[in-house]
Design a protein around this ligand. Structure first.
Ligand code: NAG
Ligand code: NAG
Ligand code: NAG
Ligand code: NAG
Length: 382
């Protein structure tokens, strides 16, 4: 339950906003893609305008780098919020490093600010044995590949970790009895995930769009929408009530675990889809762009996979690493995301669905869940 005073404040703020020319998405009472914040996260939601500017900069890497490092559209107390800061925040030791996704990502990449390093390597056109050969690699050095990696690592690795950061912060604040801080962090998580331009069906510029796009490829829609986003939104609404009052610690933790599992799904679907396209569908001329997409999606999926099976993750990395002219090996990538690894990641087979929906020859039926030993999901709404 949200306290009546907050609801009243939200309604007053919404009414005040309505009298102005245009209420901004993320103001109290003004929904972003179906979620209605109780705090003012309109400035946070505008981080997607930086993503859009970077996309529109194309191969003007200096312009893209300027927006990425200095920020442009998302003000915060004492200055400008930057996309780069979402990743470099972890370069400084602190409690955030204990977050499950941050810890798993560090274990896999070897760097706390791995997403930032990946984006900078692609922006600079430098070779990196860890992130890709953007200087000399036959595929990676292509402009179509570099621009894909820049925007997709930002949207599907860098931003999602910071979305989870806000939800983990909400959990931490809640544990200390700081309910207003918890509500603020909870709202910020969704503001970053969806962004100010997201209308609810994948028309925006932040992480939300991937679930919408891949759900259509993998037959994981509910009605016209991605099952992941429908359930993520339901979990956000549940959590908004949970953070508002005492006594919900266990339920809130379960909600956060549910969201961790849901957020793992779209990059897995992306890794599968593009690995298949690169292996079996595309002409050589199309490879730089699409191999880069495969690598960017797999890069987002690999830390979670490595946390449950390092050898399998190493095999997928070897197939998809962006460097020479080699095509990914589809059977390796397909086998990597079977029931054993998915269930251990808190993902059900039906969450990932089937690539047969789009590519019947992919021989990728929905897998069959094993006995799920972890408690990562386990709630009805998830
Ligand atoms: C919300 O915050 C933005 C930017 O910080 C500000 O411009 C706007 O007036 C605020 N809206 C409300 C309703 O307080
Ligand atoms: C890219 O390589 C150049 C030349 O070695 C170096 O000066 C620059 O710092 C590198 N940039 C990044 C982001 O690694
Ligand atoms: C989203 O909705 C708009 C308007 O209703 C429509 O034009 C667009 O095609 C939709 N996009 C997707 C990805 O479904
Ligand atoms: C898509 O899912 C529906 C049920 O959710 C099922 O009936 C249908 O066969 C699936 N399509 C494919 C191609 O698997």
């Amino acid at each position: 339950m949200v306290p009546a005073t907050w609801l009243a404040a939200g309604l007053v703020a919404a009414a005040a906003a309505a009298t102005r020319a245009a209420a901004a998405p993320g103001e109290p009472g003004v929904a972003i893609a179906g979620y209605t914040p109780v705090t003012n996260v309109s400035a946070h939601a505008r981080i997607d305008l930086d993503v859009k500017a970077i996309e529109e900069a194309g191969t003007d890497y200096a312009a893209a780098r300027q927006v990425y490092t200095a920020g442009a559209n998302s003000a915060k107390d004492g200055g400008q919020r930057t996309l780069q800061g979402f990743s470099t925040a972890y370069a400084v030791a602190g409690p955030a490093r204990a977050e499950p996704l941050a810890a798993a990502s560090h274990a896999f990449w070897g760097d706390w600010d791995y997403a930032n390093r990946h984006v900078l390597a692609a922006l600079a056109g430098n070779d990196s044995a860890t992130y890709g050969d953007y200087g000399s690699g036959v595929l990676a050095a292509d402009a179509a590949a570099r621009t894909q990696v820049i925007k997709k690592v930002i949207k599907f690795s860098l931003i999602p970790q910071y979305v989870q950061h806000e939800l983990e912060e909400a959990l931490a604040s809640y544990t200390l009895g700081q309910y207003e801080d918890a509500a603020m962090h909870w709202d910020e998580g969704w503001a970053f995930y969806a962004g100010s331009l997201e209308g609810g069906n994948g028309t925006g510029y932040s992480a939300y769009i991937l679930a919408e796009k891949r759900a259509r490829n993998f037959n994981t829609t509910v009605g016209a929408q991605s099952s992941v986003n429908v359930r993520f939104l339901a979990a956000m609404a549940a959590g908004q009530g949970q953070v508002a009052v005492a006594g919900n610690a266990a339920a809130l933790l379960q909600t956060v675990k549910c969201i961790r599992g849901l957020m793992a799904v779209p990059p897995i679907q992306g890794c599968l889809r593009y690995a298949y396209k690169v292996a079996a569908v595309l002409l050589a001329a199309e490879l730089p762009k699409e191999a880069a997409e495969a690598w960017a999606f797999c890069a987002a999926a690999l830390p979670g996979l490595a946390a449950v099976d390092p050898a399998v993750a190493a095999a997928v990395r070897a197939e998809t690493f962006l460097s020479g002219s080699r095509r990914a090996g589809w059977p390796v990538v397909r086998a990597a995301f079977g029931a054993a690894t998915l269930n251990a990641m808190g993902v059900r087979c039906a969450d990932v669905g089937t690539l047969n929906a789009e590519y019947p020859a992919s021989a990728h039926p929905v897998c069959e869940d094993g006995v799920v030993a972890n408690d990562n999901q386990g709630t009805d709404f998830c």
